[in-house]
Design a protein around this ligand. Structure first.
Ligand SMILES: [Zn+2]
Length: 66
């Protein structure tokens, strides 16, 4: 887990999943306020970056690491 590598396109597992049952999220906008898309139901949520860092459990995929 390396939360410092969060960026647009990162796939995340959060500490708390989405009500739809999925817990995989893609960062579709990264800034002071980040936009995440639930990969289960495609719904988008806004989250402030500080909150996001606290909620991330694991970074599943970062393109640059592959
Ligand atoms: Zn969902």
């Amino acid at each position: 887990m390396n939360k410092d590598k969060l960026k647009k396109g990162s796939i995340l597992v959060l500490k708390k999943g989405h009500p739809c049952g999925e817990n995989l999220w893609e960062i579709i906008r990264f800034g002071a306020v980040c936009k995440l898309k639930c990969l289960g139901c495609q719904r988008e949520v806004l989250m402030n970056r500080m909150d996001l860092r606290k909620k991330v459990k694991k970074v599943v995929n970062n393109e640059e690491d592959n």
